[in-house]
Design a protein around this ligand. Structure first.
Ligand SMILES: *[C@@H]1O[C@H](CO)[C@@H](O)[C@H](O)[C@H]1NC(C)=O
Ligand SMILES: *[C@@H]1O[C@H](CO)[C@@H](O)[C@H](O)[C@H]1NC(C)=O
Ligand SMILES: *[C@@H]1O[C@H](CO)[C@@H](O)[C@H](O)[C@H]1NC(C)=O
Ligand SMILES: *[C@@H]1O[C@H](CO)[C@@H](O)[C@H](O)[C@H]1NC(C)=O
Ligand SMILES: *[C@@H]1O[C@H](CO)[C@@H](O)[C@H](O)[C@H]1NC(C)=O
Length: 722
């Protein structure tokens, strides 16, 4: 593709307009960077060009540095693939240019895009432009001068806020103008004209010619700097305890303030290179691409099928899950008929949807207008009237096989023949649910994670008979309602609940081996999951854990540990958060606190299982606790891979991040295991299986790969079944 990425035109006014063109977001890919260097050289040479404007084609300035380059560095381990864009483009060609440069910004200037703009001598933007330095989300720091120029443009304290503390939030353009990041905000139709004029006025000495890197007027005194950075470092330790990029970003800022901007740039490059090779950056960038990869499913998305539009969906069951699903759909602009068995339940369901929608408004995720529009798309019914023209039904009733079978044979009769028949079951075999219908090609699992209107993962469960069209349609609707759809095969627990089935069990083993239950939760949260296994059980309610667990316990009895603890808790009148009596004390507005009155129940469990040698607790480090809980998950994930339940390892990575809150900076469950080393995972499990039994026994998939030194994520050569 010899497509022109950067073009230049010199107008009669003596202004050279350099335009980046790399759809969809004008990412700064290697050819764009070299194209910019060429065009700036050309503008410098040409006598008819007195001043320069740089802008982006298609209503967008630039989405930033091309992330594919990071991926390439990770695959090859070659950091010299990173271009020296900070010095060779931004300093040499833009900031140090003998002709003034103005950036004309529209749409977005993110990451390297904004950094390029900061190297210019002035910045003009249109309303609603996104300005944002999100580099820390990828485990790196701004690498094109952002750590140096932003503090010099808007002051240290605001720069730290924008780059290190609120880097996941978009900054406000108006604030940007007030702070000095933007010189003028103009209507889109005037953008180029004003920018050209501005550039000429600089050239003619009517407007200041400012090189941001050499400004010091906003930097404040040394003692102020020290104080701001000290507070920022403490804050960063709290919001990002397990990753290096926040402190590293502050290092680069600090060095530049002490030793000068140019020195700071060189430090920034040095630190960026080091961070790109860190496990954190590898993990975060892996997760980024893993999410993208989910939308490619062979024999579904590559065979020329067109997704059908699903305009109206029937949801059966207005409980927690059903109302969450209905919420997600109406917010995604899809008509919903919500069915319940009586008016009391129906009213309750509708109230829940309303509360969900209002919650989204309160949290600023939805405008009031959109909320009203969404609620107008919801209709409650007590029978199947209104199901005659639905394009999909999602059944979300309690896990009861005969009830579900009944519902499926009913809806097969009333719904149109193209209608997709989806179930939210997490435990029942889809083939059994569809047994009493003759529409098995239309039956599919739509496994949402609770609360369904918030959690981003959607497991799409297919059987051998589910048609490609149905899978494609559900993937499409999933995207419309802002979920990340991951297509998985049919087995007890499907991919996520199955892989995480050992998570609760190993934590119970540890408790019965004498390890403090609350310490286990602390170790897991320090590792980076949002909640430890026991707080999770409290929040979900023990009934749910027992019920959902049962199916998996039955299916995988060879590797099951049946702890009496939950039963004992229920017997002692506890059911977790929802009856106000759990392992923790749950009080509104404060963090859950360990409920020490539960200790006798735990002692009772230990007495019954009698797993401790001479009644003495085992001695483990926090790291061993984490490994004893998560390596069995890796082990089960290996079986999920081996059986072809998922089509690529990265699907399980993204599913573990979005469904279980596995920390994205560790790359997902399989990616993490490969970083830790399959051999180490294997030998640890083997040792524990000898000490504590079959639960820990390594799977053959893990054993083979560990012994042969093959990463767990490497595709199986022949075994792909789906
Ligand atoms: C980038 O280029 C500048 C100027 O040529 C040089 O001083 C600097 O060392 C280079 N940095 C790297 C990492 O190559
Ligand atoms: C991001 O923005 C939201 C909503 O404006 C705000 O509540 C939150 O505190 C911000 N986050 C940070 C880290 O500033
Ligand atoms: C796709 O379908 C073809 C024909 O049914 C089959 O031979 C092939 O194995 C399938 N490929 C995958 C990756 O499932
Ligand atoms: C399951 O559903 C069937 C059919 O609706 C009902 O007869 C049965 O009582 C239910 N079983 C349980 C345990 O709720
Ligand atoms: C399906 O919905 C019902 C009703 O809300 C709920 O009890 C059940 O747990 C849900 N299933 C899954 C997989 O969440």
């Amino acid at each position: 593709m010899a497509e022109v990425k950067v073009s230049m035109e010199v107008g009669n006014d003596g202004v050279a307009v350099i335009t980046i063109s790399n759809p969809p977001v004008n990412a700064l890919a290697i050819p764009v960077i070299s194209g910019l260097i060429d065009k700036f050289d050309e503008a410098a040479r040409r006598n008819d060009a007195k001043a320069i404007v740089v802008t982006g084609k298609g209503g967008k300035f630039s989405g930033g540095f091309d992330i594919n380059i990071f991926e390439k560095v990770h695959k090859t381990g070659d950091v010299t693939l990173l271009p020296n864009v900070s010095i060779e483009l931004v300093v040499s060609k833009v900031e140090d240019s003998k002709k003034p440069v103005v950036s004309a910004i529209e749409g977005l200037a993110l990451g390297g895009g904004l950094e390029l703009a900061m190297g210019c001598h002035a910045r003009i933007a249109v309303p609603k432009t996104q300005l944002h330095l999100p580099e820390l989300t990828l485990g790196v720091i701004p690498g094109m001068g952002g750590t140096q120029r932003l503090p010099r443009l808007i002051g240290l304290s605001k720069a730290v806020e924008m780059m290190v503390v609120s880097y996941q939030n978009q900054s406000c353009l108006k604030k940007g103008k007030k702070l000095g990041l933007i010189d003028a905000i103009v209507p889109p139709e005037d953008l180029l004209e004003v920018s050209r004029l501005w550039a000429r006025e600089i050239a003619e000495g009517h407007k200041p010619w400012i090189r941001s890197l050499y400004r010091t007027d906003k930097l404040g005194s040394q003692s102020e700097t020290r104080e701001i950075l000290k507070i920022a470092r403490e804050q960063a330790r709290k919001i990002a305890p397990n990753v290096p990029q926040h402190q590293a970003c502050l290092d680069a800022i600090e060095d530049g303030i002490i030793h000068g901007g140019y020195y700071g740039l060189l430090r920034e490059i040095e630190i960026s290179k080091k961070l790109v090779s860190s496990d954190t950056s590898k993990s975060l960038i892996h997760v980024f691409f893993a999410q993208r990869a989910t939308s490619k499913v062979s024999n579904v998305t590559d065979i020329g099928l067109k997704p059908r539009q699903l305009k109206k969906v029937g949801v059966i069951g207005g409980g927690l899950m059903g109302s969450g699903i209905a919420t997600a759909l109406i917010v995604g602009n899809i008509y919903v008929v919500l069915k319940e068995v009586n008016s009391e339940y129906l009213l309750k369901g509708i109230k829940m949807v309303e509360a969900n929608v209002h919650g989204l408004v309160t949290r600023g995720k939805l405008t009031r207008d959109k909320a009203d529009k969404a609620l107008s798309l919801l209709k409650g019914v007590l029978d199947y009237s209104g199901f005659k023209d639905v394009d999909m039904v999602i059944e979300a009733v309690i896990e009861n096989i005969s009830l579900k079978q009944e519902i499926f044979s009913d809806i097969e009769k009333v719904c149109p023949p193209h209608c997709i028949l989806a179930t939210n079951t997490s435990t029942i075999d889809l083939n059994i649910i569809g047994e009493k219908t003759s529409s098995q090609d239309r039956i599919v699992g739509a496994h949402f994670f609770s609360p369904a209107h918030i959690m981003p993962l959607l497991e799409i469960v297919r059987t051998d008979k589910t048609s490609a069209q149905v899978i494609l349609d559900l993937m499409t609707v999933g995207k419309i309602i802002k979920k990340v759809p991951v297509v998985v095969g049919n087995c007890p627990g499907f991919a996520v609940n199955r892989a995480f089935f050992p998570y609760g069990q190993s934590s119970h083993i540890l408790v019965n081996l004498g390890v403090d239950l609350f310490r286990i939760d602390r170790a897991i949260t320090s590792f980076g999951l949002p909640m430890g296994p026991f707080l999770l059980a409290d929040v979900a309610g023990y009934g749910v854990s027992l019920l959902a667990g049962k199916v998996l316990v039955d299916a995988f009895s060879d590797r099951t540990f049946q702890s009496p603890l939950l039963h004992l808790l229920v017997k002692s009148g506890r059911n977790g958060k929802n009856n106000g009596k759990g392992l923790y004390i749950h009080e509104k507005g404060s963090k859950p606190k360990p409920d020490l009155s539960v200790l006798p129940v735990i002692e009772e469990s230990r007495r019954l299982t009698n797993m401790m040698t001479n009644g003495k607790p085992i001695s483990v480090t926090d790291q061993e606790i984490v490994e004893m809980i998560l390596f069995p998950v890796v082990n089960e994930a290996c079986r999920v891979l081996d059986e072809g339940i998922i089509i690529r390892a990265s699907d399980l990575d993204i599913a573990s991040v979005l469904g279980m809150g596995f920390p994205s900076y560790r790359g997902g469950i399989i990616f993490w295991a490969d970083l830790v080393g399959p051999k180490y995972v294997y030998t640890s499990l083997k040792k524990w299986s000898e000490l504590y039994g079959n639960f820990f026994k390594p799977s053959t998939y893990l054993e083979e790969r560990a012994l042969k030194g093959i990463p767990l994520s490497a595709p199986a050569s022949s075994k792909a079944r789906l």
